[in-house]
Design a protein around this ligand. Sequence first.
Ligand SMILES: [Zn+2]
Ligand SMILES: [Zn+2]
Length: 249
Amino acid sequence: MVTVETERKETRALRRLGVLPATALFRRREHSAPEAPQASGIACTMRGCANHTAQLCAYRDRRERSCSATICPAHGISLGGHTYCRRHAGTVQAIGELARDQSGHPDIDDRAPSLVDWIARDIDKDIRTLLARAARPGESVIVDDAARLKHDFRRNARWERSWRLVEHTGPILNVTLHVAEDDDSLIHVRVGTETVADGVPPWIARRRDGQDVEAAIDISQRRLFYRYLEETIAEAVLRFRDRSDRIDQ
Ligand SMILES: [Zn+2]
Ligand SMILES: [Zn+2]
């Protein structure tokens, strides 16, 4: 039987050996109590939340600016040991590996990476299927797993996600979504060298105009928007294949 006294002796012995830091003694007690979020006394900025257990969002951008949102454990999103507000959790997820390096973090108010990543995830399956069907023997499809920062010929920054049809000699066709940093609500779609569509997604347009609609209308507007994107991309891929067929002959 392990008594309290022998436990104490063992603990003292372990501390002498340097195995247990002094603070380890306090851990047991915390462990036996149910874990409650620490009351920070800071209100959560989520609408309708009454929790006073909020912490600052952990996001820091490349210019060392931090997010001022305070968010409780129930409404924050934990990624890689840090808790972010929803918006910056979206940014961190969107940039993938780049998130490891703060000098690569988008500006605090830049919505471009998360928007492009969000839309890319939603159409990803369809675009992969479309390109796989368009592929000829020896060609394969390569897909970005995160938004990448690119610059156009005027050095304007933009965030993109792309799907590439390639063969061993090099690229055949790229389908690319991009959002420019200087207009982070406008999404551009390119197939090869052709810009096939650009537009503001309906939910972003509504937020900009301060409009609120019923959930059913929101769902049907989103569905139309995605169908439009997918059909436009599918037509452009077919056109590209038609043209290359004619050149091949
Ligand atoms: Zn909250
Ligand atoms: Zn934040």
